[in-house]
Design a protein around this ligand. Structure first.
Ligand SMILES: Cc1cc2nc3c(=O)[nH]c(=O)nc-3n(C[C@H](O)[C@H](O)[C@H](O)COP(=O)(O)OP(=O)(O)OC[C@H]3O[C@@H](n4cnc5c(N)ncnc54)[C@H](O)[C@@H]3O)c2cc1C
Length: 343
């Protein structure tokens, strides 16, 4: 009989990360489907609040806690996950593909003599347990099953609903960890300013900037500085995540006007990212196939383009505004600012 363990962790706050809570949802569904016991392991400085938030799951709660587990570090995180796996005696281990766990999960699977699959987007049990992931830039969807146990599955964020329930008092079993000598001391976190960090995987909206923003406009001039202000203003006011077309991010190496906050990490498409957001708004982008293939997991698609024959109008978007994006975003920013004057 299978036994399921969900590995979770906190971040800077005492609460479990959203990706951890999504993995809890997957664990609950899998345990129910298999009628298998479920344990949830928590890695945190202090797991009290996290355990309370999981009380209603009815799962066995295990925790590795202490100052050493407040921050990500390979040696302590791997030791914590290994101890939780050994305590739970799990045959299937689900973990969020957070930077913290993605770094250690393969090592932990190896220590336990198990196997691991990553980028899992769904788990089903038609007969045996089957995990789904995409290959070749999200073009081929594969369904995997394995006999080897323990089987570690690293779940991509954004693929499950986050578990949410009213907290109730709960006590997690403390699992002792033999920490190896720690060579890495975490002295603090250096993160970009909120408005400098333009890639926001949890955002409800993906805002895509295309090359049109830096092209000559109807007045014969380029308005790159104005484009920067409009785009950054929209991101600040809406909290959207910023994506880009390849043409726009490539321009930096071609001595053309650039938007300084864009890098190749923002690129969406065949040779870029395939982000997951409920909605997407494309601006000044032609909507060619190598770009739009990166929109596979965007729920509702809208585009603003001057070109009535762009790819978006040819069935690739739900709604297309044939309009000047400079004017539309300017107006949108004014509306958003008046709706939320403190933003
Ligand atoms: C092997 C391969 C891989 C590729 N991979 C990717 C990829 O991963 N991602 C990607 O994006 N591309 C990729 N491409 C490139 C892709 O084919 C397109 O060339 C690219 O997406 C075009 O970018 P764009 O639409 O921003 O620019 P353009 O084609 O220059 O389109 C700009 C658009 O902006 C509009 N516009 C201009 N001004 C305004 C305004 N004021 N208001 C509204 N609209 C305006 C114009 O009408 C035009 O439609 C790939 C190509 C190849 C061959």
């Amino acid at each position: 009989m299978e036994s399921i363990l969900v590995l979770t962790h906190t971040d800077e706050t005492a609460d479990l990360t959203r990706a951890s809570l999504e993995t809890v949802t997957a664990g609950l569904a899998l345990a129910a489907r298999l009628a298998a016991p479920l344990a949830i392991g928590i890695v945190a400085a202090d797991a009290a609040s996290a355990a309370n938030s999981l009380a209603s799951t009815g799962a066995r709660l295990l925790a590795v806690t202490g100052p050493a587990f407040a921050q990500p570090r390979y040696a302590s995180d791997a030791a914590a996950c290994e101890a939780l796996c050994r305590a739970a005696q799990a045959t299937i281990v689900l973990a969020p593909a957070s930077s913290r766990f993605a770094r250690v999960a393969a090592g932990v699977a190896h220590r336990l003599g198990g196997v691991i699959d990553t980028h899992i987007t769904a788990i089903a049990v038609p007969e045996a347990v089957e995990a789904t992931r995409w290959f070749y830039r999200q073009r081929i969807e594969a369904v995997l099953s394995r006999d080897t146990r323990p089987w570690f599955l690293l779940l991509d964020a954004g693929t499950q609903a986050a578990f949410a329930a009213a907290p109730a008092p709960a006590q997690a079993e403390q699992i002792a960890v033999d920490l190896p000598a720690l060579r890495t001391t975490v002295t603090g976190l250096k993160a970009p300013r909120h408005d400098a960090q333009t890639i926001r995987p949890d955002a409800r909206l993906l805002f895509v900037a295309g090359a049109g923003w830096t092209k000559k406009q109807p007045d014969g001039q380029v308005h790159a500085a104005e484009a920067s202000d409009l785009i950054l203003g929209f991101l600040r006011l809406s909290g959207a995540s910023l994506g880009s077309s390849k043409s726009l991010v490539d321009q930096g190496s071609e001595s053309q006007p650039v938007l300084p906050f864009l890098t190749h990490l923002n690129q969406v498409g065949q040779t870029g990212a395939t982000p997951r957001h409920p909605k997407g708004l494309s601006t000044c982008c032609h909507g060619e196939e190598p770009h739009v293939v990166g929109w596979r997991f965007i729920g509702e698609r809208r585009a603003i383009s001057l070109d009535p024959n762009c790819g978006w109008t040819r069935g690739k978007a739900d709604v297309v505004y044939i309009a000047d994006a400079f004017q539309v975003i300017d107006k949108l920013n004014a509306l958003l600012a008046s709706a939320n004057p403190t933003a």
